[in-house]
Design a protein around this ligand. Structure first.
Ligand code: UD1
Length: 362
């Protein structure tokens, strides 16, 4: 009989990661995947488009949890996931990354003595003020299989006393996804977005640490406005950021600072391919920029992807007043991503599937 694995996703980056693994997992003879969407992200542009573009099967369950305070959102997920797990009785639960959907899945499963597989385990910012850091530390300590993207992540787990017997360095599933999709995005038609064809700066901002402090959020967007005087800037805007900017009464009066709707995965890859520089606070974009040969300026005090900073492919920008000058010096700086394979060989999904198949066979 095939062993049932329940995959739990809910937020945008998880759709990309799960697509890369599910594509392989669903071909494994001994495994059957059941997909649960918590509904943490629910707009067409934040959710459905990813399922369509990445050919992710329709979720077997959608909890439609939606937005809310952390406790409210996490509690609703926990309750919904628990009911599904009791009904489905899977052999394992698979969770991705560091969102509230990740923690809810791991917590619900572990209380029911269902083993948890955590993809993208071991990452640390060492900043417990980030909700993502709390989610990933707790999830790692609840997991039986910890699939880590880098040796640094494995070292982080060792330092916290996590037994190495469950830690597998498989590389990064987002690299699998970029290799699989990047070729077909080279022809992507971006004219519909009404943006310059090339040489623009691509920026995204959504992390609580940047959006929830009004003066920091204003300083970031005022800096982007200043930068746009010398180079066009394109910002696919997360709904959270848009709402908060509107609440602050911020008006965009710069013709070359273009705020656009959130875009799907393929368009985001194409935007990165054609950009001259990436500015972001996203974890995923820092790596995608590297995979696609672009330099990245990260609007944070620290990053989990320390190897990119160590190799000079990424600069952390905590003081926003430094951003315009850094942009001038890094604009069009190319990254030779072929020079060092920091995130594996693009076969992480295959490795994860093989490990799970072998473990669940007995
Ligand atoms: C979540 C993750 C973050 C991840 C990000 C990717 C947590 C704690 N954070 O942050 O790690 O990098 O997803 O995008 O899990 N909203 C919409 N439509 C949607 C989804 C969200 O309008 O489809 C708006 C709502 O105003 C909501 C806000 O975004 O209040 C925040 O959404 P939420 O899911 O709580 O967290 P993210 O900021 O997206």
């Amino acid at each position: 009989m095939r062993k049932k694995i329940i995959t739990i996703v809910g937020a945008r980056p998880q759709f990309v990661k799960a697509a890369a693994v599910s594509r392989v997992l669903r071909t494994a003879e001994g495994l059957q995947e059941v997909l649960v969407h918590t509904g943490q992200h629910y707009d067409y542009a934040m959710s459905d488009i990813f399922f369509e573009e990445l050919s992710i099967p329709r979720p077997d369950y959608n909890l439609h949890v939606g937005s809310g305070l952390h406790g409210e959102q996490t509690a609703a997920m926990l309750k919904g996931i628990e009911e599904i797990l009791i009904k489905e009785r899977p052999a394992a639960v698979m969770v991705y990354g560091d969102t509230n959907s990740t923690l809810s899945g791991a917590l619900a499963a572990s209380k029911l003595h269902i083993p948890v597989a955590h993809v993208e385990a071991g990452l640390r910012s060492f900043n417990r003020r980030m909700p993502e850091e709390i989610n990933r530390v707790l999830t790692d300590h609840l997991s039986q299989w910890l699939f880590v993207p880098t040796s640094q992540a494995a070292a982080n787990l060792a330092r916290e006393g996590v037994s190495s017997s469950g830690v597998y360095t498989t590389g990064d599933v987002m690299y699998d996804a970029v290799l699989f999709y990047a070729e077909r995005t080279r022809e992507e038609d971006l004219s519909k977005l009404g943006i310059p064809a090339t040489d623009f700066i691509l920026a995204t901002v959504h992390r609580a640490e940047n959006t929830d402090d009004g003066s920091r959020l204003l300083s970031i967007f005022n800096a982007l406005r200043e930068i746009s005087l010398s180079h066009p800037v394109v910002v696919p805007l997360h709904p959270r950021t848009l709402k908060l900017l509107q609440g602050l009464g911020w008006q965009n009066d710069a013709s070359r600072l273009q705020l656009i709707e959130p875009v799907g995965y393929l368009t985001m890859l194409a935007l990165q391919q054609r950009s001259a520089l990436v500015i972001t606070d996203s974890g995923g974009l820092q790596k995608e920029a590297y995979f696609l040969g672009k330099h990245c300026l990260t609007l944070r005090n620290e990053t989990e992807w320390v190897e990119l900073v160590e190799h000079g492919f990424n600069d952390l920008v905590s003081d926003i007043t430094h951003l315009p000058a850094l942009v001038q010096s890094r604009y069009k700086r190319a990254v030779d991503s072929g020079a060092c394979l920091l995130y594996g060989d693009g076969k992480s999904g295959q490795k994860i599937t093989e490990i799970l198949t072998a473990s669940l066979r007995d």
